[in-house]
Design a protein around this ligand. Structure first.
Ligand code: ADP
Ligand code: ZN
Length: 517
């Protein structure tokens, strides 16, 4: 038995490592840097906790949320490990007690909020301390592409500069390619070994329905297929949470509301009932779920469209932690999309951030609209190739499709003709032969593709674009929203591949714009 396995048994009480844990632990314990991408619940914490126990000195763990730090510290203490945390709310006495313990070389893990860590005094303190490793949890916070950007995280570059000989391990559950590049850049992990676990959750089945009467659809889904099961229903607003919880209760279900506006007592009572009892449905805003570890949640329902695939993945991933079959059910309407777009546009964030958020939202919509395997699309979003799963709604009952090869060729060749430098609206103007100021300025009214797509409305072309993005023929440049061709687009343009599309939905004979949405 290896030293790491022994700790796994003796300290944590688990029989064996999961997935890549053993290799990751080995890498860090030997003093090398690592970047770990692993879905929520897969067991990231052990990847730095065990090396922390194997190496001399105290491990410094950076974590963005006080609540999560405290949970981790409690769990470690229960297992007999000396761990503590310091954050903005720690008293002077507490900090003194902790530094005494560190000086006496008692402490094995210290959790620190990032803003605390980068304070000059704290760094000075660390220089006088024997450190086993740095673990940067929720490392996606370093990136503006990530869903919870924390500027302090970018300052963590000091760790590489000031402590070049101490191994660093960065961990995250969500990182697309752009985020991953940012993590490697800011945390100076170019030389790190990268461990990417599959994001596939094989026991979760994905189902998406278009909204006509969301409440009724939800009730029907629960009553016909999930009666008596534990479930979580996510909604976009507090008001809607209360409304839906009341509605489900009136219909004989045990449904409890949960959102940040409820008083603390109600919230903790509802949360406790959910974790301890059976057959409870919690109706919540996204505030619910962080740190909840209930293994037998049989369904997660989204009654409104989530703001991004990352959100969707995190939230739906709270189903089926026990590995038994579970369902992710999502009800979406284009109105959700409009509402979320508005929210993003009105938010007090910088323009780049807003643009990123809008693209993430569009990717989410593409997931809703796709006629292809949902799991495959989800995994592709996280950079993973896979085959159709055979048990999502689209695999089981493929939606009607038409041969959209010619339309796709028009779109793709137009993207090519304008140099892959223009965003959707512009490309559509060229396709539909609109002599806008910009089109004239670039002389694109002269292109062979100018006006070859008059048969579709603007909205239909937008649906086309979304489907082509979803199918992997088009990319949207994150920086300027320009449409770009992918490798796969080539086969379509060369007539080597047919493109099957979902009906564009918009009535071609009635080309009015009033009922666009
Ligand atoms: P993450 O940080 O990736 O979301 P955690 O580290 O919190 O996940 O682990 C999720 C759960 O899995 C925890 O309850 C943890 O104790 C458990 N776990 C982790 N590794 C193992 C293992 N090798 N065997 C059994 N349980 C494990
Ligand atoms: Zn599928």
């Amino acid at each position: 038995m290896t030293h790491a396995e022994q700790i796994l048994h003796d300290v944590f009480g688990y029989p064996e490592f999961r997935g890549q844990q053993a290799e990751i632990i080995d890498t860090v314990a030997c003093g090398n840097n690592a970047l770990v991408l692993m879905p929520t619940g897969a067991g990231k914490s052990l990847c730095y906790q065990i090396p922390a126990l194997m190496r001399d000195g105290v491990a410094i763990v950076v974590s963005p949320l006080i609540a999560l730090m405290q949970d981790q510290v409690t769990a470690l203490n229960i297992n007999g490990i000396a761990a503590a945390c310091v954050h903005g709310g720690s008293s002077g006495e507490e900090v003194q007690r902790i530094s005494d313990e560190i000086a006496a070389e008692h402490l094995q893990l210290l959790y620190v909020a990032p803003e605390r860590l980068v304070m000059p005094r704290f760094l000075q303190f660390l220089h006088n301390t024997r450190i086993s490793l740095f673990a940067i949890d929720e490392a996606h916070c370093v990136s503006q592409w990530g869903h919870d950007f924390r500027p302090e995280y970018q300052q963590l570059s000091v760790l590489a500069d000031e402590f070049p000989n101490i191994p660093r391990i960065a961990l995250t559950a969500t990182a697309d390619n752009a985020t991953r590049a940012d993590i490697q850049h800011y945390l100076d992990l170019a030389d790190a070994q990268v461990f990417i676990s599959s994001f596939n959750r094989p026991n979760i089945d994905y189902q998406v329905v278009e909204k006509n009467n969301g409440k009724k659809q939800l009730l029907q889904f629960i009553c016909s297929r999930m009666s008596g099961e534990n479930g979580i229903v996510y909604c976009l607003s507090r008001k809607r949470v209360e409304d839906i919880a009341a509605f489900l209760s009136e219909n004989g279900l045990t449904a409890l509301p949960y959102h940040a506006g409820l008083n603390w007592d109600t919230r903790s009572q509802n949360q406790r009932r959910f974790t301890q009892e059976d057959g409870i449905i919690i109706v919540a805003t996204v505030a619910f779920g962080m740190g909840i570890d209930k293994p037998d949640v049989r369904f997660v329902a989204h009654l409104d469209m989530p703001a991004s695939i990352e959100h969707f993945y995190q939230e739906s991933g709270r189903a089926g932690r026990d590995g038994l079959p579970a369902t992710s059910w999502l009800c979406y309407g284009l109105n959700d999309w409009v509402l979320l777009r508005e929210r993003i546009q009105l938010a007090e964030r910088d323009e780049i951030q807003k643009r990123i958020d809008l693209q993430k939202l569009d990717a989410m919509l593409a997931f809703c609209e796709t006629a292809d395997c949902r799991r495959q699309l989800l995994l592709r979003y996280f950079g993973e190739d896979s085959q159709p799963c055979g048990h999502c709604d689209n695999c089981i009952d493929p939606p009607s499709r038409f041969d959209g090869t010619v339309l796709a060729q028009k779109l793709l060749s137009c993207v090519y003709r304008v140099g892959q430098r223009f965003a959707t609206g512009y490309v559509i103007d060229v396709l539909r032969g609109r002599e806008s100021e910009w089109v004239l300025r670039y002389g694109h009214q002269q292109l062979s593709t100018f006006g070859i797509g008059r048969e579709l409305s603007v909205k239909e072309w937008r649906t086309m674009v979304r489907q082509c993005v979803a199918a992997g023929y088009l990319n949207v440049d994150m920086a300027n929203q320009a449409l770009q061709l992918t490798e796969q687009a080539r086969a379509v343009l060369k007539n080597q591949q047919q493109v099957w599309l979902r009906p564009l939905k918009y009535d071609k004979t009635n080309n009015s714009r009033s009922n666009d949405i």
